[in-house]
Design a protein around this ligand. Structure first.
Ligand code: ADP
Length: 369
């Protein structure tokens, strides 16, 4: 018991020895440290909650805090996430002004960033993102996969890496978790799911920025972003900040989902990110006798893509093995590359790369009736 308590006190003392830029008090006394956890193996993680207006002053504090805790006896690894904490007490948060950063530099050491998006949850976007990334790797690319869904990270489950923690490297960056030939990062590796669940927009955004900038991604040909579902703030902040080489939109054939595809295309059109194409997931179910049953309607995503003048990359049927492999944390494309679904993902990735090669200019104009 005492073994666990001693480092906790030492950690708190070390953090309190650092002064909070805003108040001048110790970091603990100023209430900046949240979610401090120590694992039995000596891994420590916590969050520094900075006021969003002065977050820039806290990057060096984060580094200092990490270094201070790393130097303590019994500590084997340290993960510190910096989050921006909303505005003043009485002032309502200005809804329409998230003030995203506009930087055109991209991610250090990453040649191209591809976002996988869907306008709503449950269409299999994360399943597609993981297998798409594995397919790009099979095609010889050096690929990373970043789970941008801070509120519902699914990447560690899909990759079978729930027990992994990114290791800090020399130079202060975090080493991504490597699995199935991919470098991966997810908020699920860094903090307890309940901790992130209550973060407000600016906190989520700064966590995403850290996963882009403070992870040792290099060298990568392609970083695949598994965007959270929807067309909300987090996605917009990101796409406005990053020069995207392209966007892949995932949909099911349902009419409702297709209406959302239109919104998704509209959102990325505004940011001038090239649409590499639409993937139709859960396109049909094949009965044991080989008959295809179109549970959600037929060919809708292909028609929608044509209607908007964006490429159609291919269909993925409903498949029990794909679902099982995802639940087991074994991406089908990497674990069973000969499976017919894996071959479909390879074809989709090949088409997306071809579109990326020609798609460096903005997507064709999309009109809304
Ligand atoms: P999203 O990221 O859009 O919320 P997920 O990728 O988490 O969706 O998928 C939701 C569920 O559907 C998961 O259980 C996943 O295994 C399953 N799933 C996704 N695509 C397929 C498919 N083509 N066939 C069978 N199950 C699928």
């Amino acid at each position: 018991m005492n073994n666990r308590l001693a480092p906790l006190e030492a950690i708190e003392a070390a953090l309190n020895a650092l002064s909070d830029p805003e108040t001048g008090a110790g970091l603990m006394a100023a209430g900046r440290v949240a979610g401090l956890s120590i694992r039995p193996d000596g891994r420590v993680s916590f969050t520094i909650e900075a006021p969003s207006a002065s977050i820039d002053r806290y990057h060096s504090v984060r580094e200092a805090a990490e270094a201070a805790v790393r130097g303590l006896a019994g500590v084997t690894a340290v993960t510190v996430v910096l989050t921006a904490h909303g505005g003043g007490a009485a002032r309502p948060a200005p809804r329409a002004q998230p003030q995203p950063e506009r930087r055109a530099e991209g991610v250090a050491g990453v040649a191209s960033v591809i976002a996988v998006a869907s306008a709503k949850g449950g269409v299999g976007k994360s399943t597609v993102a993981v297998n798409f990334a594995c397919a790009l790797a099979k095609l010889g690319k050096r690929v990373g996969l970043l789970d941008v869904d801070v509120y519902g990270p699914s990447l560690p489950t899909l990759m079978g890496t729930t027990a992994h923690k990114p290791e800090p490297k020399r130079g202060g960056k975090l080493a991504p978790v490597e699995a199935w030939g991919l470098k991966t990062m997810s908020i699920g590796y860094l903090v307890d799911p309940e901790t992130a669940m209550v973060w407000r927009g600016p906190m989520a955004t700064s966590a995403i920025r850290q996963m882009l900038d403070e992870v040792d991604w290099a060298p990568l040909d392609i970083l695949v972003l598994d965007l959270p579902p929807g067309t909300g703030d987090a996605q917009l902040t990101l796409v406005q900040r990053l020069p995207l080489a392209g966007v892949v939109i995932v949909s099911t054939p349902q009419q409702m989902a297709l209406a959302d595809v239109r919104r998704g295309i509209g959102m990325f059109e505004k940011t001038h990110a090239p649409i590499l194409g639409v993937v139709e997931n859960m396109a049909w179910y094949e009965t044991p006798s080989g008959e295809r049953v179109a549970l959600f309607g037929e060919g809708g995503a292909r028609r929608t893509a044509e209607e908007f003048g964006v490429p159609f990359l291919g269909e993925i049927p409903l498949d029990v093995r794909l679902r099982e492999a995802s639940d087991e944390g074994k991406p089908l494309v990497a674990a069973e590359p000969g499976h017919p679904i894996a071959e479909r993902f390879l074809a989709i990735a090949t088409a997306a790369l071809a579109n990326m090669a020609v798609g460096q200019k903005p997507a064709p104009a999309i009109r809304f009736e």
